[in-house]
Design a protein around this ligand. Structure first.
Ligand code: FPP
Length: 240
């Protein structure tokens, strides 16, 4: 009976990650400034968070701001930073109420002390929550992560030359240490690129590209992505 039940249960990914794309196009289609697309995109983040809790996903991560995004016009960078800063404060109560652990991953050196202050406060206040871990990648790139990990590993090896470092140990130097690799990566707006995201961690992740623009991506789209994931046959390079 238990076996039969297990076989018919939907396979839920432990970690779902999302590259939010299409905010600018969504705004343009409506004759609005790009910033309005990002503001609308925050609603999609909220909808996916609620859907992830309902479906029993344990880790939900978002590529909110890449290293490359620093190269966007100053006005857009500033409004994105302001939006993230305000959203963290606004969603803080929801994280506490819903038992969500909040984590930010990225290059802190470029973020400034006010932003880092609010990040630290929310991370500290939610660190013991375990219903869902909500991760924002801010000022992050996959190459930056591998580079900083390699530097830390080299320093460690210089101090302890006898130490053997396995492939699994290398993962502990990455900024994502302790977080399971994504099972499913969703990218919206029809794009099919990794765009310097978690290059190491995505090795065996199932990829899903949807034409829906990020501000239009809601709860039902998230659940449909989980249904699609449940149908995938994950072989990890082996034969079944
Ligand atoms: C990509 O669309 C989207 C971004 C670069 C930013 C997404 C960030 C948010 C929605 C903020 C979320 C923050 C919190 C704290 C919840 P694009 O601008 O590349 O769109 P385009 O490809 O149509 O130009």
């Amino acid at each position: 009976m238990t076996k039969l039940l297990m076989e018919t249960e939907k396979r839920i990914p432990t970690h779902v990650s999302i590259i939010m794309d299409g905010n600018g196009r969504w705004a343009k289609e409506r004759g609005m400034e790009r910033t309005k697309g990002h503001i609308a995109g925050v609603e999609s983040v909220r909808a996916c968070t609620i859907a992830a809790i309902e479906e029993g996903v344990k880790y939900l991560s978002f590529f909110a701001f890449s290293e490359e995004n620093w190269g966007r016009p100053e006005g857009e960078v500033n409004s994105l930073m302001k939006l993230m800063f305000e959203s963290m404060q606004k969603e803080f109560e929801m994280f506490v109420r819903e038992g969500v652990r909040f984590v930010v991953i990225g290059d802190r050196e470029r973020l400034g002390s006010t932003m880092c202050g609010v990040i630290d406060n929310v991370m500290e206040a939610t660190k013991n929550n375990d219903r869902l871990t909500f991760i924002l990648f801010i000022s992050y790139s996959g190459k930056w992560d591998i580079h900083q990990a390699a530097r830390k590993m080299a320093a460690d090896m210089a101090a302890h030359p006898e130490k053997e470092i396995s492939e699994a140990d290398f993962g502990n130097y990455l900024a994502t240490a302790g977080i399971p690799d994504p099972d499913l990566l969703i990218r919206t707006s029809g794009e099919k690129r990794i765009s310097n995201y978690m290059l190491w961690q995505l090795a065996y992740t199932e990829l899903l590209s949807t034409p829906v623009l990020w501000p239009d991506f809601g709860k039902e789209d998230f659940k449909a992505a989980l249904d699609e994931y449940a149908k995938r046959d994950r072989r990890y390079g082996k034969v079944k």
